[in-house]
Design a protein around this ligand. Structure first.
Ligand SMILES: [Cu+2]
Length: 225
């Protein structure tokens, strides 16, 4: 019986890998909330097959995510929590990070070519003697209280480094948000995407299976108010 069930599981896993990777597909206000897929998150056109080119504009909001299309913009207050949820839990090891970029006009019209700042990293926890990554189906963050009010792209990325020696993979989605009740601090440091990530970044080339005791998440330092 065990062998029978095991073979079913293997078939299911194979089907899953054919149908595409995990996708950050929904954004909602609140902690651990599951929103409606693609209501506030831009569509991708690649079944979330990962972006692997460090010079590609697809690193901003994924393939097909350069414009808002039918995506709505979620109203949040500075200091609010929000949650990105996926169709299935992240299953590749690597860091997950949150970025924001203020839209020149509306979030729907923003192409992600402006300045980005990072608001959170889920890096590895080494306290158990072995690296533990946050691999889950919901990622909750907080809008910094001090940033200016206005419309932003809110971006989440999973950098998959589960296969040392192969090209790391980027799983990316952008949400559209309108922040009210903000402050007057201009976030820093800022980066451009592409440009923020380099092939020489230690966190990009890390071998997570060999003497893996420390890790630096690629990208700028996390901005805090
Ligand atoms: Cu994969």
């Amino acid at each position: 019986m065990m062998a029978f069930f095991k073979s079913i599981a293997v078939v299911a896993l194979a089907a899953q890998s054919v149908s595409g990777h995990y996708i950050f597909q929904a954004l909602a206000k609140g902690a651990n909330t599951k929103g409606t897929p693609y209501q506030y998150v831009r569509h991708n056109t690649n079944m979330n097959s990962p972006v692997t080119d460090l010079s590609s504009n697809d690193l901003r909001c994924n393939a097909g995510g350069a414009t808002g299309g039918s995506t709505s913009t979620l109203a949040l207050n500075a200091g609010d929590t929000f949650t990105f949820s996926l169709d299935q839990a992240v299953y590749h090891q690597g860091p997950v990070s949150l970025y924001m970029s203020k839209a020149p006009s509306t979030a729907a019209a923003a192409d992600g070519s402006g300045d980005w700042f990072k608001i959170y990293d889920w890096g590895p926890n080494f306290s158990g003697g072995q690296a533990q990554w946050t691999m889950t189906g919901t990622y909750t963050g907080t809008i910094p209280r001090c940033i200016p009010s206005g419309e932003y792209l809110l971006r989440i990325q999973s950098l998959a480094i589960h296969n040392p020696g192969a090209t790391p993979q980027w799983y990316v989605s952008c949400g559209q948000i309108k922040v009210s009740g903000g402050g007057s601090t201009n976030p820093s440091p800022t980066v451009k995407i592409p440009g923020a990530f380099k092939a020489s970044d230690p966190g990009y080339t890390a071998n997570i299976y060999n003497n893996f005791r420390s890790y630096t998440v690629p990208g700028p330092a996390v901005f805090t108010c």
